[in-house]
Write a protein that binds this ligand. Structure first.
Ligand SMILES: Nc1nc2c(ncn2[C@@H]2O[C@H](COP(=O)(O)OP(=O)(O)OP(=O)(O)O)[C@@H](O)[C@H]2O)c(=O)[nH]1
Ligand SMILES: [Mg+2]
Length: 209
């Protein structure tokens, strides 16, 4: 994927605030601090378009980004961080639930798991939720640079086993080194192409119009 443009569109809490569902959309979900925002920045080759932070719970709204004027990337708020005030934690489930259930253009959810953790209850719940809706999931292990190559592969197998997936389905990713960027883009493009016109077609049309 050649990223020609990437722009922040808006932050939203309720569906009334979402931008119109007029193009394919990919959402990014995972525990707080797992590296969702860094992963998006790496995919679109922008260092700081999406705000990242060493303080977990930085992203507490649903943030929409437009890529090549033909695709939305959606940075979902992270879950499972104990220090986020309870009041905000409680808003996570309904906010994300409303989003997942209310976006006909959503083509896949990138489920991000930290290389140093095994999937927990939240990941299983979210996976079950996505399967229930038959929404494609692209599972990614983030911060792979924190592990040696040997440990990366062992972790890939362990996470795959915990999620009941073939190990090859899990993409090892590092926002730091760029590992997995092409592989994840290919998986994203495959999900977008399934829905009809390819991204290139979209980009071509918007370039001409
Ligand atoms: N070594 C390494 N650090 C990373 C990587 N990705 C993210 N980080 C670091 O992890 C921390 C959290 O990254 P974010 O991208 O803000 O994580 P997030 O999932 O968006 O966090 P919330 O918005 O709080 O849910 C930051 O300090 C990043 O620099 C990676 O691939 N490798
Ligand atoms: Mg974030």
């Amino acid at each position: 994927m050649i990223v020609k443009s990437a722009t922040f569109i808006k932050s939203a809490v309720t569906p009334a605030h979402y931008p119109p569902a007029d193009r394919p959309e990919i959402a990014f979900a995972g525990r707080s601090n797992v590296g969702k925002s860094s992963l998006i920045n790496r995919l679109i080759n922008r260092r700081r378009l999406v705000k990242t932070s060493s303080t977990p719970g930085r992203t507490q709204l649903i943030n929409f980004f437009s890529v090549n004027d033909s695709l939305y990337f959606v940075d979902l708020p992270g879950y499972g961080y104990a220090k986020v005030p309870v009041k905000i934690q409680r808003t996570w489930a309904p906010m994300v639930e409303a989003y997942l259930g209310g976006r006909p253009t959503l083509r896949a959810v990138v489920l991000i798991i930290d290389a140093r953790r095994l999937p927990g209850r939240e990941e299983h719940d979210l996976l079950a939720r996505l399967r229930h809706q038959a929404l494609p999931v692209l599972p990614v292990i983030s911060k792979a640079d924190k592990l040696s190559r040997m440990h990366q592969q062992a972790r890939q197998r362990a996470v795959a086993e915990a999620l009941g997936l073939p190990p090859g389905d899990l993409i090892l990713f590092s926002a730091k080194s760029g590992l997995g960027r092409n592989e994840l883009w290919q998986a994203i493009e495959a999900r977008i192409d399934v829905g009809g016109a390819s991204l290139q077609d979209h980009a071509g049309r918007s370039d001409n119009g």
